[in-house]
Each structure stands twice: as structure tokens, then as C-alpha cells.
Design a protein around this ligand. Structure first.
Ligand code: MAN
Length: 546
């Protein structure tokens, strides 16, 4: 009988070889076969009590006595599997449900042996594929041995896995090729860009020197032009101030006698410096030579019969249309000049507005009388033209240097990433992969970041930025860590651990959050298919220890 089985196994092995099966499958089959042989040898020469594993069989070999496996007690051999629990560790009832903590061993020949709780023995439910747990009661007739079918299906599944792994291995070889090429390409580009930058740096220095050379005479000429303009403006300003003071004085000096009396000032509360509601004689001591407390009235007001309506600041005096547009917005913010204001308040407000206007006019480069500074003379214009051209050229040279610098930095950044000892992870760089569960779409952009986006809509939450490879020393490239993601409310910064395994395609296969704001992704990639099994010889013919 034993020989018949060995022959059958040999036939099966040669059949597998013919079908180009892998070494793992062969080993599995050989093991299954060997177990069958041993099983046969043991079952046929020694009686193994029901529910006992091959490993434990020697403890049940004595024909007279049995010692509980914990050594606590010795009983008659006949008490083993007598449906009464004698040992504290349940070891005397491996094949019945008598002991509450007992374990029943399914041999499951042709598939995987396993233990089940002995309470499942003869409960009418088939737990062991060889039906050994159901030998009494309804299960005994209902359960049948389907271990061989299961074994075959399992073998096929594993065969399929190996085929995929082999294909993945081929893709990986392609990745390595691409990665190495890309690395060389980047090194070459970097070299070129650095050389170009050196030239560009020199050009920029030269252009800067030329710019400075052109700007120096330009500045001199512009300064000289402005100095003349400033001097003219200073004279104009002085005249204007004098005129304003006189006009303001004239307006207060109602009887034109050259003196402003308290009566004339009584309505001008702005002179009530002590705030007692009266303008005293002392407070009213103002002469044309010392008109400081009197604000300058608007020019328009003095020209002809100015009424309060003329002071409506909707009209900006001598502003041209453009000026009015410029200041229109601010009018909205200004407190309106309403008719109830007395003249003093009106004057005060006008003076303030006027001062603001003058200030803005100054900013706009206009002079006292609203005129623009006169054009530069032809020689200065020429110098400006030359300097403008030099500035433009410098700007261009500077931009070129900055662009090159940026390109160099970008490549350096990419090259600083550890893409595996053979650059096999290179094709993953600059790619993103998504996985959607009930609530979120998770995204992995290898060597960049991980994120999460609610399916119901809403913004993306960063779950981490590329940190480092995090696998154990012997398999460093099996895990990636992404850290410093968006801070978790009342918790840590979000982070993601990505667990990688061999797969025919790059695929994010799952995402979970085992701890609040700590995420775990499972990612399949050919980059990790490091072994190839020779289908002809059944040997592993390539293995990359990462
Ligand atoms: C969001 C998501 C979740 C996370 C909570 C923490 O809802 O990022 O994954 O658990 O914030 O408050």
C-alpha cells in the first residue's frame, strides 16, 4: 500500500513538472505526499487515538498507561477517549467533546491539518475537511472528505500567485532598467544645467556691472532735473502759503479793518482753545502775520461769492478728472460735510481734506499748482533709455539664473530620494494611486504625500509627507513612512505607514486608521517582486535581497 502511494506521488510530481509548476508548489506537494506516507506508516503500524496529531502520537503509544500531557496524572490507556474528562489539561479526550478545553486535531490529509475546539466534535457541523470531527450523529453521514479538492484548489491558487510573482519580477526588471536610465539622464541634465548656470552667473554679473554703469549718469541727470523743479516748487509753496493765510484772515476780518475782533470770531469755535464755549479776547488774538490757528480756505471759496454749497467736497477744487477718480473711493469713507456744521467746523474739515489732497498730489509727483514735473531734457531721456535697456538685460540675465537654479534644485530634490538599491521604485515617483472605502478616497503619491478626501465632498486632508523607508533591516523597502501630515485636533500630526508587497500592478489595495489619525495603507507593486521561480527546473533562479 505504501509503495502504491509513493508511485502515485512520483507520477503526480512528474505530471506537475510537465505542467511547468513552480518549486514552491512542488515542495508543497512533496510535503503533502511525505505526510501521507508517514501518516500511512504510523496509522498502519501504530494505533493513533482519534483527534491526536502526528507530533503528539508518541505520548499515546503505551498500550497500558497514559500520562496526562501536563504530567499531572497517570490513567489507564482505556480511559483515553472514553468520553470522560480525567486530565486537567483535557489531553485524555483528544477525540471527544468531553473536556471543555480540549482540542481536536483534524489530519485533513491532502490539505492543511488543523486543530478545532473539541466542543465541535460531533456537533453536526463539518469542521474538518476529512470529516473526522463528525463520526457519530447526523454529521457522520452528512460530512464527507473534500480535503483533496481543497488541496488542489489551494495548490492552483498558489501556482497562480507564483505565476503573477514571476510576471511581476519581469516588470521589476523593466523598472530597474527605467530607473537606471532615468538616474543617468538626471545626472546628465544636472551636469549640463550646472554648466549653463555657471555661464549664466557670469553673464548676470556682467549685466549687473553694465546696469550700474548706466544708472550712475542717469541718476545724476535725474537728480539735477529734480533739484531745479524742487527749487521752483519751494518758491511757489511759499507764495501760496502767504496767499492762503491772507485769504483766511480776510474771511474772518468781516469789516475789513485789518483786525479780527472777538465779535468776528465769536462764531468760530475752533479758536475756543480752552473749550469754555466762548472765544475770549486772548484766544482771538490773531493777525495776518500770525494766522496759524486759521485754516486755509479753499481757493474756490475765495474766488467770487463762495457759498457753503461750494464747499461740498464732491467737487475737489482744482483736481482734474483723473484726480477725482483716484480719490473718489475715499470720499465714500469721509464723513459727509453736512449743512448743519458751523463755519469753523467746516473750515477745519476742509483744511484736513485739503491737506490730504496736497499730500496725495505730492505722491502723484505733482507740483504746487498741480502741474506735473516737466519732462526730462533729451540728454537725460537718452540716459534713461540706456539705463532702462541695461536694467531689462540684467533682469533677463537674472531670470535665467533663477530659472536654472530652480531646475537644478528640482532635479536634486528628485535625486535625493532613495528609489531603491537598483532604482526599482523610480516609476512610482510622480504618480498617485487611490483607494476608496465607505467614507473616504485615500491617495498615495509615493515619495511625496498621502491624503484623504471625504466621498461626500469637502477638502483634502494631508495624512503625511514623504519621510523614509521604514521596513526592518533585512527588508527595508517593504514599508514607507509618511509623517508631518495635518495636525489632528487634540492629537498628533497625522501620519501614514504604507506596507508594500509584490503585485503585478501598482495598486493601493486598502487603507485603514488603526489609531486615530494614524493611517495604514497596503500597496502592491512589481517593484517588490524580488524572486523568480524557474518553471523548467522548479528552482528559484533570481533573488534580490533588498
Ligand atoms: C477627520 C479624518 C479622520 C480622523 C478625524 C480626527 O475626520 O481625518 O480620519 O480620525 O478627522 O478628528
Amino acid at each position: 500500500m505504501m509503495f502504491r502511494r509513493v508511485e502515485r506521488m512520483a507520477a503526480c510530481v512528474s505530471d506537475m513538472k510537465a505542467k511547468k509548476m513552480s518549486v514552491k508548489s512542488l515542495i508543497t506537494l512533496v510535503l503533502i505526499g511525505l505526510m501521507s506516507i508517514i501518516d500511512v506508516v504510523v496509522t498502519e503500524s501504530v494505533t493513533r487515538p482519534r483527534g491526536v496529531s502526528l507530533t503528539n502520537e508518541p505520548f499515546y503509544r503505551d498500550s497500558q498507561w497514559f500520562t496526562c500531557l501536563d504530567g499531572s496524572r497517570q490513567i489507564f490507556k482505556s480511559q483515553v477517549n472514553d468520553d470522560y474528562c480525567d486530565c486537567m489539561d483535557s489531553s485524555d479526550e483528544p477525540g471527544t467533546s468531553a473536556c471543555p478545553q480540549g482540542k481536536f486535531h483534524c489530519n485533513n490529509r491532502g490539505f492543511k491539518p488543523k486543530y478545532i475546539p473539541s466542543s465541535r466534535v460531533n456537533d453536526g457541523i463539518c469542521d474538518c475537511c476529512d470529516a473526522s470531527d463528525e463520526y457519530k450523529g447526523p454529521g457522520a453521514t452528512q460530512c464527507s472528505n473534500n480535503c483533496r479538492e481543497l488541496g488542489r484548489a489551494d495548490l492552483e491558487r498558489r501556482q497562480q500567485e507564483i505565476i503573477l510573482m514571476n510576471q511581476g519580477f519581469d516588470v521589476r526588471q523593466e523598472y530597474i532598467k527605467q530607473g537606471i536610465e532615468k538616474k543617468a539622464e538626471r545626472e546628465e541634465s544636472l551636469k549640463k544645467l550646472r554648466e549653463e548656470k555657471e555661464v549664466a552667473d557670469q553673464l548676470k554679473d556682467e549685466k549687473e556691472r553694465l546696469k550700474q554703469e548706466a544708472e550712475s549718469p542717469e541718476k545724476e541727470a535725474k537728480d539735477a532735473h529734480k533739484a531745479v523743479w524742487d527749487a521752483q516748487q519751494a518758491v511757489l509753496r511759499e507764495e501760496r502759503d502767504k496767499q492762503r493765510a491772507n485769504e483766511a484772515f480776510d474771511e474772518l476780518d468781516a469789516d475789513r479793518n485789518g483786525l479780527i475782533t472777538p465779535d468776528e470770531l465769536a462764531d468760530h469755535k475752533e479758536f475756543d482753545s480752552d473749550g469754555d464755549g466762548e472765544v475770549s479776547e486772548e484766544e482771538a488774538k490773531v493777525t495776518p502775520e500770525d494766522p496759524s490757528p486759521v485754516p486755509s480756505p479753499p481757493e474756490d471759496v475765495n474766488e467770487g461769492d463762495a457759498s457753503e454749497e461750494d464747499l461740498d467736497m464732491g467737487d475737489h477744487g482744482d483736481m482734474n478728472d483723473e484726480d477725482e477718480e483716484d480719490f473718489a473711493d475715499e470720499d465714500d469713507e469721509d464723513e459727509e460735510f453736512d449743512d448743519d456744521l458751523d463755519e469753523g467746523e467746516l473750515m477745519e474739515k476742509y483744511a484736513k481734506h485739503r491737506a490730504d489732497y496736497e499730500k496725495k498730489k505730492e505722491v502723484k509727483g505733482k507740483g504746487e499748482d498741480g502741474e506735473e514735473m516737466p519732462e526730462y531734457d533729451e540728454a537725460t531721456k537718452k540716459l534713461i533709455e540706456v539705463a532702462d535697456a541695461a536694467r531689462e538685460e540684467f533682469k533677463e540675465a537674472e531670470k535665467q539664473v533663477n530659472d536654472l537654479k530652480k531646475s537644478i534644485e528640482d532635479i536634486e530634490k528628485l535625486m535625493n530620494v532613495d528609489l531603491g538599491p537598483q532604482q526599482e521604485f523610480e516609476p512610482l515617483q510622480k504618480q498617485c494611486y487611490e483607494y476608496t472605502d465607505r467614507e473616504y478616497t485615500y491617495k498615495l503619491c509615493p515619495f511625496d504625500k498621502t491624503s484623504q478626501r471625504p466621498k461626500a465632498g469637502g477638502s483634502e486632508t494631508q495624512l503625511g509627507n514623504w519621510g523614509q523607508w521604514e521596513g526592518p533591516d533585512e527588508n527595508k523597502y517593504s514599508k514607507m513612512k509618511y509623517t508631518r501630515g495635518r495636525n489632528c485636533w487634540n492629537g498628533p500630526d497625522r501620519s501614514t505607514l504604507v506596507i508594500l508587497r509584490c503585485g503585478l500592478e501598482n495598486k493601493l489595495v486598502s487603507a485603514s486608521e488603526p489609531e486615530r489619525c494614524t493611517y495604514e495603507f497596503q500597496f502592491e507593486t512589481p517593484s517588490l517582486c524580488t524572486t523568480k521561480t524557474d518553471v523548467e527546473t522548479g528552482e528559484i533562479d533570481s533573488h534580490d535581497e533588498l
